[in-house]
Write a protein that binds this ligand. Structure first.
Ligand code: ZN
Ligand code: ZN
Length: 137
């Protein structure tokens, strides 16, 4: 059992670029997927955003919650980011199948998560230039 073993740790840590905000996410996560939707593309200024989803009760801010700013990207869907460095931190929706979850960008994790990307979301919205991994049917 090593310190690098995510199962042993039981949680993973994510940080924004300025390190002002730190998040602890307790395993198990629910999914990990690449999202190609137009809202993720624009709000993150990226061709694809890789999300890992957790039940809300398993995620807590261990530092910098006061730095958070929120943006409602569509009705009932809030994306939070660091008000100091601008790093996008969370996706939460008050309705639909993700209502009980909080989604975090996998790119922000500084310790190992408990799963890797295994699916594509909104692939139909992917621009031709964005990188793509085919997970099959
Ligand atoms: Zn920051
Ligand atoms: Zn998306």
């Amino acid at each position: 059992m090593s310190a690098d073993d995510p199962a042993a740790a039981g949680f993973a840590v994510a940080r924004c670029h300025c390190r002002g905000v730190e998040i602890e996410a307790r395993f198990p996560s629910r999914f990990c997927a690449h999202c190609y939707c137009a809202s993720c593309r624009t709000t993150h200024a990226a061709g694809v955003v890789t999300w890992i989803g957790f039940p809300r009760g398993q995620v807590r801010f261990t530092r910098g919650e006061d730095l958070l700013k929120a943006y409602e990207s569509s009705r009932g869907t809030v994306r939070r980011f660091c008000g100091r460095c601008g790093t996008r931190l969370t996706f939460e929706s008050s309705h639909g199948r993700w209502a009980e979850e909080i989604h975090l960008p996998l790119a922000l994790f500084v310790t190992a998560a408990d799963r890797e990307p295994a699916a594509n979301s909104f692939a139909a919205e992917r621009p031709a230039w964005a990188p793509f991994h085919d997970f099959g049917p």
